[in-house]
Design a protein around this ligand. Structure first.
Ligand SMILES: NC(=O)c1ccc[n+]([C@@H]2O[C@H](COP(=O)([O-])OP(=O)(O)OC[C@H]3O[C@@H](n4cnc5c(N)ncnc54)[C@H](O)[C@@H]3O)[C@@H](O)[C@H]2O)c1
Length: 258
């Protein structure tokens, strides 16, 4: 889908340095493309080298600014800090951060070990704090910024098969509100998006069946399958000056289940 055909342009995003985590595929890749089409200077962190390099190369050929891919495992906080430093050096002060990366791995309640729990939270929660911590000095120096965190409706659905993930996604809302309170005086807005069922490649490969999709669409007000592009407009809006009065909010993009 060519998002530029359906999306508004937000003039203040042009030439703005934007960092997206987990930008190599799925929702993150759609966000990388969406911000690049706004003329923003986009960088993304991902662990998956091949698809991320291919995305950066494809978009760099079309976009106003080259798209910068930094390979890092977000569970490794030193690697995260180095990647953020490189992005700020190359693109200038980071004004928009989208903490998008996550993995909705399933896990049996009885089989979760302390090590599994910690690794799951390192994948889904801890980096949201530490990437933000690394980016905030850049935003403060530039006079403000916008952070958008990716939660999920999974924890609202009482899904039994991913308690660690559900806990992390619920915690992201608390973290969003705390950071909004902390950073508001520095003109840094912090908001959160809760996607519903989004038909990414990973979801289609691992979890989504025809019957499962039909059941969710039946619960939605909008009788269509949401795609990664469905998140681009809400995210651009929250990143832009159009949302200048909004912080500490959680927006659900689920076709109307909740
Ligand atoms: N797809 C959905 O239905 C859905 C629903 C609700 C919430 N979400 C949330 O949206 C976000 C994006 O999900 P998605 O469906 O696009 O996932 P995805 O798996 O398609 O993409 C996630 C990206 O993050 C990267 N990543 C994962 N772990 C990483 C790590 N340790 N270090 C660096 N990069 C890492 C992956 O390589 C991948 O490119 C996640 O936070 C997810 O929890 C997705």
């Amino acid at each position: 889908m060519d998002v530029s055909r359906t999306l508004a342009q937000f003039p203040d995003l042009k030439d703005r340095a934007v960092l997206i985590t987990g930008g190599g595929s799925g929702i993150g890749a759609a966000l990388v493309e969406g911000f690049a089409q706004q003329g923003a200077k986009v960088a993304f962190i991902d662990i998956a080298e091949m698809e991320s390099s291919a995305l950066a190369e494809r978009l760099s050929a079309q976009a106003a600014h080259p798209v910068l891919f930094q390979k890092a495992d977000l569970r490794d906080i030193d690697a995260v800090r180095s990647a953020v430093n490189v992005v700020a050096e190359r693109l200038g002060p980071i004004r928009v951060l989208v903490n998008n990366a996550g993995r909705d791995d399933r896990h049996e309640f009885d089989e979760v070990t302390p090590e599994y729990w910690d690794d799951n939270h390192a994948t889904n929660l801890r980096h949201v704090f530490f990437v933000s911590q690394a980016v905030v000095p850049s935003m403060k120096a530039a006079g403000g910024g916008a952070i958008i965190n990716m939660s999920s409706i999974a924890f609202l659905l009482n899904m039994p098969e991913l308690p660690a993930y559900a806990t992390a996604k619920a915690a992201i809302i608390g973290l969003t509100r705390s950071m909004a309170g902390l950073l508001g005086p520095d003109n840094i807005r912090v908001n959160c998006i809760l996607p519903g069922m989004i038909a990414t490649e990973r979801q289609m490969k691992l979890w989504l069946t025809e019957e499962g999709i039909a059941r969710m669409v039946d619960r939605q007000c909008l009788k269509q399958v949401l795609t990664p592009e469905s998140l681009v407009g809400p995210c651009l809006f929250l990143a832009s000056g159009a949302a200048a009065g909004m912080t500490a909010q959680s927006i659900i993009v689920d076709g109307g289940i909740f």
